[in-house]
Ligand binder design. Structure first.
Ligand SMILES: O=C(O)CCC(=O)C(=O)O
Ligand SMILES: [Fe+2]
Length: 203
């Protein structure tokens, strides 16, 4: 188990093998992060997520939204969703991330965790609608939370803290070899918004 602390080197690969994860630290200033947190909270069309797990429909406490270049449809956890078109704030955030990473994205999955009691279980984002080995850019606003990786075979574990206004990039074969999760915690009472910019193909 490793915890990372400043200074961050965005060129450093956090994973020891089997993919690339780079933590860029706070890409947005505190003022910008607060502005985006509040505007996303108010303007995004948040909905409880539905998933089918072991044949049963479940509804998450966490809220989600999906935005993109076009009204793409996208299937995950056996539920198909249709994207809404970018808001001006999402376009601004996307441009800043694209500049920082030198990559482009055509969609974004947003998650709203009302408190530390909401999280996301171990998974990888290797859905067939996503570009193979495409980068996923994860932007966080609001409460700081721990984020963890676990290798699918060796079970090696890594942990880091995703700060308010930060950017994390997952790329290469990361989704094939590693799972990730947002562990729930009783220590965090404040909400957090996470945006994962992705590239959808075959539409
Ligand atoms: O909230 C996070 O930091 C992670 C979200 C995530 O893994 C996902 O949306 O696939
Ligand atoms: Fe994910």
């Amino acid at each position: 188990m490793k915890l990372f602390s400043e200074p961050y080197d965005p060129n450093k690969n956090i994973l020891p093998h089997g993919g690339i994860v780079q933590y860029h630290g706070q890409l947005f200033s505190q003022d910008e992060a607060l502005f985006y947190f509040q505007s996303l909270m108010n303007e995004i069309d948040w909905e409880h997520d539905k998933a089918i797990i072991f044949g049963k429909e479940i509804i998450t406490k966490r809220k989600v939204a999906w935005y993109a270049d076009q009204a793409f449809s996208y299937t995950y956890s056996k539920v198909t969703k249709t994207a809404k078109i970018w808001t001006p704030e999402l376009q601004e955030i996307k441009s800043k991330v694209e500049q920082q990473l030198g990559e482009t994205f055509n969609s974004c999955l947003l998650n709203l965790y009302h408190s530390g009691e909401e999280g996301m279980a171990w998974h990888s984002d290797g859905e067939k609608d996503l570009k193979d080995n495409g980068a996923i850019a994860s932007v966080s606003f609001g409460a700081e939370r721990k984020f963890a990786f676990k290798h699918k075979e060796t079970k090696e574990k890594l942990e880091l803290i995703l700060e308010d206004g930060s950017l994390l990039m997952m790329g290469g074969s990361c989704q094939k070899n590693w799972l990730h999760r947002l562990p729930p915690t009783k220590k965090v009472q404040m909400p957090r918004i996470n945006l994962t910019f992705r590239t959808i193909v075959n539409q």
